[in-house]
Design a protein around this ligand. Sequence first.
Ligand SMILES: NC(=O)c1ccc[n+]([C@@H]2O[C@H](COP(=O)([O-])OP(=O)(O)OC[C@H]3O[C@@H](n4cnc5c(N)ncnc54)[C@H](OP(=O)(O)O)[C@@H]3O)[C@@H](O)[C@H]2O)c1
Length: 284
Amino acid sequence: MAFASKSLALKSTVQLSSGYNIPVLGFGVYMAYGEEVIDAVYHALKTGYRHIDSATLYENEKEVGIALRKWIHDTGGKREDVFFTTKIWDTDQGYKNTKKAINWSLRECDLGYIDLYLIHSPNPGRELRRETWQAMEEAVREGKIRSIGVSNYGIKHLKELETYATIKPVVNQLEVHPWLTRKEIVDYCQSHDIVVEAFCPITRGLKFKDPRLQALVKKYHKTPAQILIRWSLERGLIPLPKSTTPSRIKENSEVFDFNLDKADVESLMTDEYFIVDWDPTNVA
Ligand SMILES: NC(=O)c1ccc[n+]([C@@H]2O[C@H](COP(=O)([O-])OP(=O)(O)OC[C@H]3O[C@@H](n4cnc5c(N)ncnc54)[C@H](OP(=O)(O)O)[C@@H]3O)[C@@H](O)[C@H]2O)c1
């Protein structure tokens, strides 16, 4: 399912197949630690972001929880107003280990429940993926997690999951940007009611000088990051830009006062297969 991008706002949400709503703009926290990430998440919440994307691998679930509770304390906001995602790392997969990993994450973030728990990658192989999913389904039934999904899954992994899942994945989180469009996986997910989240949506700045991007910067009077974040939204993806810089946190949220023409969305797409982070979508 793709959502209509036209009338979105920073607090807009889209309904997941679990029935819960996910805010259409996420806030990434990879490679941010300690006080820096506490300040960044607090600032993001004050700016209006309501969706934080963490992972056990990032070693900052605790700091995200601290920032969120501080925001609740200072503003009277509610836990339910913020969508918190974390992910099980590859080495924790398997039935028993997953149960331990979920309890660990719950203790670390201290937020009562996890909104979305993702399998970080399909790397550990078929049997461990199956056991991990089973333990995640049990955690949903126990009320520890609200929705479950995957990350870096290719179509073959999604089809495999369909053979045993009793709870459907709500999300597939993938690296997506104009230099890695993922058309086939995105189409498959959107036609199976799986929301696609885009990681590295602004390519960590690596493609900001691309002439086609620069042409749109001039046309729309927006920054490269804003054009790229809007590009994700126009495709019905949920972008997860990360920043610990207050001015950039604000800049990246100011993407709801313009639309990209369909032709411009398409004009940015390339077949380059440019990987910023990693790509396990083809592993066995
Ligand atoms: N599931 C997965 O396997 C996976 C893999 C990678 C990432 N992720 C998730 O996706 C999130 C985003 O990906 P990412 O952090 O790798 O890359 P990204 O969001 O594309 O780029 C982040 C980098 O760009 C800089 N930046 C942010 N806004 C900017 C702006 N407006 N102008 C110029 N530079 C800007 C940031 O610097 P400052 O912080 O210094 O401002 C940071 O170095 C992660 O944080 C994580 O939550 C998931």
